[in-house]
Design a protein around this ligand. Structure first.
Ligand code: FAD
Length: 476
């Protein structure tokens, strides 16, 4: 006969290592009922997109395996499901790790109040941030608006982030899976049309895959990260973003692993510092979302509220499909479509192109990324789009308009990245690959390129678009 259980509610923390809610549940000494709820009912606009659903399917499968198949799965409104589960299983406590999306904060506080009113203990912990957003503020108590003081003084001024928790001392007893639990397949997470072929070659969702990815990065990517992270054809970035988003690995684990590597090899100090500050940008995004819950829909700088954006479905479609006629933009958008991920440098280029060359609203790009990125993350996505648009905190100034040709030439000088994702241009010499419309007819012919047929002509003239954007932005 099992004792009354406690519920361990998994959300954005799909791992067992360095999982404080799991530790706390174990310490209760009661059997653990592990639960996941696909709660699209409360997510509003921010239901998971298609690529995220693909990831979630595989990540849940991996977690369920680690839990010996005991993960109880539900779909629907968590404010109803959690109290029902407590009653059905006679649970006496619920443990979870905190989430920071405004809709989740509102939902969780509702659940907490209801449970506590019924004398059920609730314990929440921090599993996904280095520093809780409410603990990082300026001396006068207001939130930071500029990254460097936020990170240097607000975060690091508090000391190094806590070290990850070791493996739990207790051996878990899992409560038998409830019979009303669904199977992962019942969640309809996988696409009906098979666009996910390219994903399997690149990604291994789940805790094990996350640790492997970190190991590869430490061995092969970290050295040279500072410079190499700008080059989309190099292996210098970690690609940890979806693993971090789904909580398959904690930022504390990544942080301290890099710190150890820096201690072992002083020549990578600047590379390591640069990586740690990228984790700092993630913290900054979460802080912005926490202090500005409407960050995903409203510009932080109010003067941008009435901005005269264009409406041009044809141009938006060309951008989404990677058919703008600018090879670096098209390579990025196709990398996104084929792999569910895009290199950071190229994210900045394609975002600048959408906003400043096409004059389309940043929210249109944010929504497309939300649907197509495996690392789609409300805080990072919204903060980054606002940064590129120039309407966010500590944002790129509006007059910084990336030239897609010079960006390509600088960061993909041999065109290797373009050749991978825009194969119809693969045979062009590097000299022309960033602006194929300037190539002489015989060069195009030899490379099998017919402008306007095998590859589109540019859908806008960058120089004219830039002048127009500057004039409009200046008018704000
Ligand atoms: P690395 O360079 O290895 O960095 C390590 C980690 O630091 C990343 O995994 C990520 O968690 C964090 N990080 C790195 N750069 C940033 C940044 N600029 N802002 C916040 N955190 C950062 N990142 C997301 O995780 N989800 C998104 O939805 C997202 N949307 C973006 C949209 C736009 C328009 C832009 C310009 C950037 C966006 N980013 C987003 C930030 C960044 O591009 C990705 O985090 C990064 O490319 C992920 O690759 P990586 O793990 O190899 O990064």
């Amino acid at each position: 006969m099992l004792d009354f259980p406690v519920i361990l509610w998994f959300r954005q923390d799909l791992r067992l290592q360095d999982n404080p809610a799991y530790h706390a549940a174990l310490e209760s000494g009661s059997p653990i009922l592990p639960v996941f709820i696909l709660d699209d009912d409360n997510a509003g606009l921010w239901k998971r997109g298609a690529a995220s659903r693909w990831w979630l399917y595989h990540s849940l499968s991996s977690l369920n395996k680690s839990l010996n198949g005991t993960l109880a799965i539900f779909r629907g409104d968590a404010t109803k499901i959690i109290p029902e589960l407590v009653e059905a299983a006679c649970a006496h406590a619920v443990f979870w790790n905190r989430c920071y999306e405004p809709w989740r904060i509102a939902r969780d506080s509702k659940i907490k109040t209801a449970l506590e009113q019924s004398s059920i203990a609730v314990k929440s912990s921090n599993a996904s941030l280095l520093y809780e957003p409410w603990t990082v503020s300026k001396d006068d108590g207001t939130p930071y608006k500029v990254f460097t003081p936020f990170f240097r003084k607000g975060c690091l001024g508090r000391g190094e982030p806590p070290v990850p928790l070791g493996l739990p001392h207790h051996v878990p007893t899992f409560f038998p899976r409830l019979k009303q639990s669904l199977h992962i397949d019942d969640l309809d997470l996988l696409p009906s049309i098979k666009w996910d072929k390219g994903f399997h070659d690149i990604w291994t969702p789940g805790e094990h895959g996350a640790r492997e990815r970190l190991g590869q990065f430490l061995d092969h990517g970290l050295k040279g990260y500072k410079e190499g992270r700008n080059h989309p054809d190099r292996e210098n970035v970690s690609r940890l973003s979806p693993h971090l988003h789904f909580g398959e690995i904690s930022p504390r684990t990544a942080w301290h692993a890099v710190r150890h590597a820096m201690e072992a090899d002083p020549t990578i100090e600047t590379d390591g510092d640069c990586f740690l500050s990228e984790l700092g940008w993630r913290e900054f995004s979460y802080s912005l979302l926490y202090t500005h819950p409407d960050l995903p829909t409203q510009p932080l700088q109010h003067k941008f509220a009435g901005f005269p954006w264009d409406k041009n479905d044809k141009a938006l479609r060309a951008w989404q499909m990677g058919k703008t006629g600018y090879p670096i933009v098209d390579a990025g958008m196709r990398q996104l479509w084929q792999t569910g991920w895009m290199h950071n440098r190229v994210r900045m280029i394609v975002a600048s192109f959408l906003i400043k060359d096409l004059m389309l609203p940043w929210t249109a790009g944010e929504e497309w990324f939300w649907d197509t990125l495996v690392d789609a993350d409300l805080a990072n996505n919204a903060a980054s789009w606002q940064w590129v648009a120039g309407c966010g905190a500590d944002a790129a100034p509006y007059f910084r308009i990336f030239n897609p040709v010079t960006q390509g030439t600088k960061f993909d000088p041999d065109g290797n990245y373009i050749r991978t994702f825009v194969p119809e241009l693969a045979a062009l010499p590097a000299k022309y690959i960033h602006e194929p419309w300037t190539a002489p007819a015989n060069v195009l012919k030899q490379a099998g390129v017919e402008m306007g047929k095998t590859y589109p002509m540019p859908i806008v003239d960058h120089k004219a678009a830039r002048d127009h954007a500057l004039a409009v932005f200046k008018g704000l």
